[in-house]
Design a binder for this molecule. Structure first.
Ligand SMILES: NC(=O)c1ccc[n+]([C@@H]2O[C@H](COP(=O)([O-])OP(=O)(O)OC[C@H]3O[C@@H](n4cnc5c(N)ncnc54)[C@H](OP(=O)(O)O)[C@@H]3O)[C@@H](O)[C@H]2O)c1
Length: 325
């Protein structure tokens, strides 16, 4: 097999696409012949030791991938050689083969494209948990999605529309805003060129958004929280901009608003049944054509550094998928 091996925490520049011994699955594991893996923001952080989950060195990064089961370890009964699957394993996906716990592998329903399956559960699972579970989004409510052209952002936009909400998609360039329009956003906001508070007032008849989905953090958070509607829910999803915002608590009091944490990895660990139910609904929405991953680029697995560079420089629209052709 070949794999991108992370041996130090010096980032993607210090990693190599290496020939390695093909591993055998341990009891309770399967081996997946990887068809595709997608890049998620935590993949950038994990190879620099900046992510909350710190695997022991050396490791192969790549949290999310799809492929075909090609060997089954002892005690695994529900997965068979030849089955098309998706996996959320935390690591291992940027390779031609990966051994993974059977519990982290999902058999794919018929008609689920392998490229899409590599770019699905992480972003749609996060955004579904955030909007439908943590914010209890209702049809007819207005959702503001920040970083709306990114991975979790495009998923949030599509899920909010599927749930019958009105979506204001916010992003840093007009091109990203145009993509969001094509994906069904009811309105867009370029937060690089437009003052956010005034724009949100105008777009909501002065009420403000009911739900804010924020994977960006940094200095956008406070003006956006000040704009939220009465009984608003502000979803803390991530800090792609780097800065962790601090808010004066009186703002929550004045709006009867909630600051709501979202941690999908912990949700799937602590509440596996609820997570499985959410993924089942998402697979149905995918089958019905309501949601579909936006593939920004499809690159050979050997070109992983180009994918990292694209995400690190804020250029990705939707998801980058790395494939073993
Ligand atoms: N809480 C959870 O359970 C959970 C799960 C998955 C991901 N996340 C987090 O969600 C965030 C987004 O993940 P993703 O995979 O969707 O990443 P992504 O595709 O790169 O999207 C991140 C977006 O953030 C914006 N951004 C603003 N400043 C940035 C900067 N300095 N560098 C890069 N992007 C910047 C960009 O949009 P604009 O250019 O339009 O501003 C970009 O589209 C990450 O912080 C990730 O860790 C959290």
């Amino acid at each position: 097999m070949k794999a991108w091996l992370c041996e130090t925490l010096e980032g993607i520049g210090a990693m190599h696409w290496r020939e390695m011994p093909t591993p055998e699955p341990q009891p309770g594991e399967v081996r997946v012949a990887v068809h595709a893996a997608s890049l998620n923001f935590p993949d950038l952080l994990i190879v620099e030791g900046k992510y909350q989950f710190k695997p022991p060195l050396p490791f192969v990064p790549g949290a999310e991938f799809s492929g075909t089961v090609d060997a089954v370890g002892e005690g695994v009964t529900h997965l068979r050689v030849g089955m098309p699957v998706a996996a959320i394993a935390g690591t291992g996906g940027f390779a031609t083969h990966a051994c993974v716990k059977a519990a982290q592998v999902m058999p794919l329903p018929p008609g689920f494209a392998l490229d899409d399956a590599a770019a699905f559960a992480f972003t749609y699972g996060t955004s579904h948990h955030a909007l439908m579970d943590r914010a209890a989004l209702q049809a007819g409510e207005t959702v503001l999605v920040l970083g709306a052209a990114g991975g979790v952002g495009t998923a949030a936009l599509q899920i909010a529309k599927a749930a019958g909400a009105r979506v204001i998609a916010a992003a840093s360039t007009d091109e990203k805003c145009d993509l969001c329009k094509q994906l069904g956003a009811d309105a867009t906001l370029n937060y690089t060129t437009t003052p956010v508070r005034e724009a949100l007032k105008a777009l909501t008849d002065g009420r403000g958004p009911d739900v804010v989905y924020d994977p960006v953090g940094g200095d956008l958070a406070e003006p956006v929280f000040r704009s939220i509607a009465w009984r608003g829910r502000y979803l803390v999803v991530g800090f792609a901009q780097g800065g962790i915002p601090a808010l004066p608590w009186n703002l929550a009091l004045l709006k009867g608003a909630s600051l709501v944490g979202v941690f999908w990895g912990e949700f799937i660990r602590r509440e596996p049944q609820a997570s499985a139910a959410a993924l089942k609904q998402l697979a149905q929405w995918y089958g019905a054509g309501l949601i579909k991953p936006v593939i920004d680029q499809r690159l050979p697995m050997s070109e992983l550094p180009a994918a990292y560079a694209r995400m690190g420089s804020r250029q990705v629209r939707g998801k980058v998928v790395l494939v073993n052709d």
